[in-house]
Design a binder for this molecule. Sequence first.
Ligand SMILES: Nc1ncnc2c1ncn2[C@@H]1O[C@H](COP(=O)(O)OP(=O)(O)O)[C@@H](O)[C@H]1O
Ligand SMILES: Cc1ncc(COP(=O)(O)O)c(C=O)c1O
Ligand SMILES: [Mg+2]
Length: 282
Amino acid sequence: MNILSIQSHVAYGHVGNSSAAFPLQRLGHEVWAVNTVQFSNHTGYGAWRGEVFSGAAVTEVVQGVEERGALPSCDGVLSGYMGDAGIGEAVLDAVARLRRANPDALYCCDPVIGDVGRGVFVRPGIPEFMRDRALPAADVIVPNQFELEFLAGASVTSREAAKAAASALLGRGPRVALVTSLITPETPADAIEMLVVARDGAWALRTPLLPVSVNGAGDAIAALFFAHLLETRSPAEALSRAASSVYGLLKATAEAGSREILTVAAQEEFVRPSRRFDAEPA
Ligand SMILES: Nc1ncnc2c1ncn2[C@@H]1O[C@H](COP(=O)(O)OP(=O)(O)O)[C@@H](O)[C@H]1O
Ligand SMILES: Cc1ncc(COP(=O)(O)O)c(C=O)c1O
Ligand SMILES: [Mg+2]
């Protein structure tokens, strides 16, 4: 498959395209990576250097790819960290160009806004852009719990509430919503959940909670889930595969005591996860 991936690039470590591209390539997919920023490292360190690209710079690259006649063979667009709200319009322009070239292509939006520990960590305007412009355009949306609460405008304190909030998102456009890092009072203290809601059902999956606090796992999950969904057309199977791989990745990261996810060292987990977790109807 060919996936157009519009996300951040970091020189050091693994978030954005620097987390998403290699796992997809390791699975045998072509990744057309367009970078929204070029930073030294992810912003979770509190300090970083580098440049945020303009929406025009992003469109320029997408247009060049289009001029190669490549878009009819592109299976989907994946978007993530945007850096600036202006980049959002460039992403939607890329989605429109792709849909004209290949009506079967899907758009997967990872609405990177923030998370429960850090709160909002993107520039003003981006949360509203994700809610009001990106969500209605997306076929697949991959919010974490914090982002789900913002997008749905509801607090999520149970799995039922998460299902209701994710279903509300489906009512606004997407056909599949994957909620990551779901922790409610019902979740055992040593576990972390994911929930996928589609038009024809909902499935959940629980893994052990690992002693890590890393960035980039969400970007890897979104990429793997989207690729497996495109390939299998099964939200439950896509969740099982993506979650099993990311669990293996994070377990290796925890064992190494690394601040960055071990995208390269633990690459076998993308192809043959050491432990398989199965999504169950929820
Ligand atoms: N400490 C952890 N232990 C186990 N799994 C984790 C942990 N942190 C993240 N994950 C896995 O990675 C997935 C994506 O991470 P998440 O933190 O939700 O993404 P984001 O970085 O976008 O907020 C989670 O749904 C979970 O499966
Ligand atoms: C540059 C950049 N891209 C992407 C992300 C998203 O990372 P995550 O997968 O943890 O949501 C971050 C988070 O800090 C970031 O700084
Ligand atoms: Mg994320």
